[in-house]
Design a protein around this ligand. Structure first.
Ligand code: CU
Length: 511
């Protein structure tokens, strides 16, 4: 491991969301501290040597988040967020998807290399209320922290806001040999970072809080807990951090500028550990870090902040000394040569508010915007045309693959971007080059992961094709989904309000 300790957030400061006109600063709610919720693990229905079977239920319920009235929330196999699913690489996974919500939803495996558009669970794979569907896939990708969230167009943002986001963890033999903490809930701890505004009777009101640049709330909610504390019982703790917010960027640092080590990014373990005192995550990005609390004593409290707001308190308990040192090299990252003769695939993210677009147009579910042969290794060039002054970081996300970041404006990527990624924050005015290859044929979406931007049309889709086995895809259309949503709500489709619709309407564009 290099001895260098990085002490900045890397991203361009003028582009931070704190400079946004609509920025909602975090505020500390005056409610007692509560133990950090650790999402329970989802038990498989059954398991063989080669196959694992799960049932996943999207359900509505009520959750005691604040003192007083419970909050109406949605979740996977629980009332809020989801039970954590642990997958073993190489296993054939069978999932029964059950929708017990009052409206249609989809089950998107963010970060999994599974075939699109159906297994992937984007907008083309609705599961209607009361319906059950089966999917199956074989996991063939490295150990990583990925997640599951709803992805129905154009209501992804609202459904995630209701709580449909859960963590998934992939394990493999390579990661198992590394000296990392891996006792779930004890020294291997998820931190799902979200923010909400609690209205009357502790309820959320997505429509009231709507902002086309992304909905925010002033209250930090970590794993569904407000004002959480966590009892530290081991010297070193690994955190699997997910920016599960609709729009908020998290600029994380600990009290005393405590140094920590990043060991993983979106798609797996980093080639080498990176020492940091600050870490910025944009929407949907993940980071795995190890924090060494060795300099503290029983009774001390270490605080995790985002900007200047405390978001988790770590109460230091008794622990045995841990002198294990991380190796300088963690994993090998494959780095295939680009396929000769392929043009650079250019993607332009433009606009803000309702004007957001991808390549000068808004998403159309029935339009395939690009094609790439399975196995081809292509250079993609992602441009954010926002002005540095007043623009914003757009987190670019791809389904169906994990990519490598090659450069930012021709310079080296950030020091913690040398592993697999599926989401990369692009600064205003910046050009980010990535290397993209698909392993499975399918139709895959790519988009900004400020969720209101994707609902608002800052999204496109690509067909990864196998010339030996041409396929035709039945692609869902917006009218079918909108009519279904209206019917489920018992209203006329003309009276239906969905977040992304405004963005199309105001630009005079068809959905
Ligand atoms: Cu965006």
């Amino acid at each position: 491991m290099s001895n260098k300790v990085y002490t900045d957030y890397f991203f361009d400061e003028p582009a931070y969301n704190t400079h946004d006109g609509g920025y909602v600063p975090l505020e500390r709610l005056d409610v007692p501290e509560q133990p950090l919720n650790i999402p329970p693990l989802l038990e498989p229905d059954r398991e063989t040597e080669t196959d694992t079977y799960y049932t996943l239920v999207a359900q509505a319920g009520e959750t005691q988040i604040l003192p007083g009235a419970k909050t109406k929330t949605w979740g996977y196999n629980t009332t809020l967020l989801g039970k954590t699913i642990v997958f073993q690489k190489g296993k054939h996974i069978h999932v029964t998807l059950k929708n017990e919500l009052p409206e249609l939803t989809t089950f998107h495996w963010h970060g999994l290399n599974v075939s699109g558009p159906i297994v992937d669970g984007g907008c083309h794979a609705p599961v209607y209320p009361g319906e059950t569907k089966q999917i199956d896939f074989t996991l063939d990708q490295p150990a990583s922290t990925t997640w599951l969230h709803a992805h129905p167009c154009p209501s992804t943002a609202e459904q995630v806001w209701h709580g449909l986001a859960g963590l998934t963890i992939i394990k493999d033999d390579v990661e198992a040999k590394l000296p990392f903490p891996r006792n779930y809930g004890v020294d291997d701890v998820p931190l799902i970072l979200q923010d909400r505004r609690f209205h009357e009777d502790n309820q959320w009101d997505y429509h009231a809080d709507y902002d086309p640049d992304g909905v925010q709330g002033p209250t930090a909610m970590i794993n569904g807990t407000v004002n959480p504390y966590f009892e530290v019982k081991t010297q070193k703790v690994r955190f699997r951090i997910l920016d599960g917010a609709n729009r908020r960027e998290w600029r994380l640092h600990f009290s005393d500028d405590l140094e920590f080590t990043q060991i993983g990014s979106d798609g797996g373990i980093l080639p080498a550990p990176v020492r940091l005192t600050k870490l910025m995550l944009t929407c949907a990005e993940r980071a795995e870090i190890i924090v060494d609390f060795g300099q503290y004593h029983e009774g001390d409290v270490v605080t995790l902040f985002s900007d200047d707001m405390p978001i988790v308190n770590f109460r230091i308990g008794k622990f045995a000394p841990d002198t294990q040192v991380l190796p300088g090299h963690l994993v090998d990252i494959p780095n295939p040569e680009p396929t000769p003769g392929l043009p650079v695939k250019k993607v332009v993210m433009s606009g803000m508010d309702e004007e957001v677009m991808l390549d000068g147009q808004k998403f159309n579910m029935q339009r395939i915007d690009a094609r790439q042969k399975v196995g081809d290794v292509a250079i993609w060039e992602i441009t954010n045309t926002n002005q540095m002054d007043g623009g914003m970081v757009h987190p670019f996300h791809m389904h169906g693959c994990q990519f490598l970041v090659l450069s930012r404006d021709g310079h080296e990527p950030y020091p913690n971007e040398h592993g697999f990624k599926d989401t990369v924050g692009v600064n205003p005015g910046e050009v980010v080059r990535i290397k993209v290859w698909f392993t499975l044929p399918g139709v895959y979406m790519y988009h900004c992961h400020i969720i209101e931007h994707e609902d608002g049309g800052m999204m496109a889709q690509i067909e990864a094709f196998d010339p030996e086995h041409p396929q035709t895809y039945h692609l869902m259309d917006m009218d079918t989904l909108m009519n279904a949503f209206a019917a489920e709500r018992g209203i006329d489709v003309k009276d239906l309000w969905m977040a992304g619709m405004d963005s199309y309407d105001k630009m005079g564009m068809e959905m």
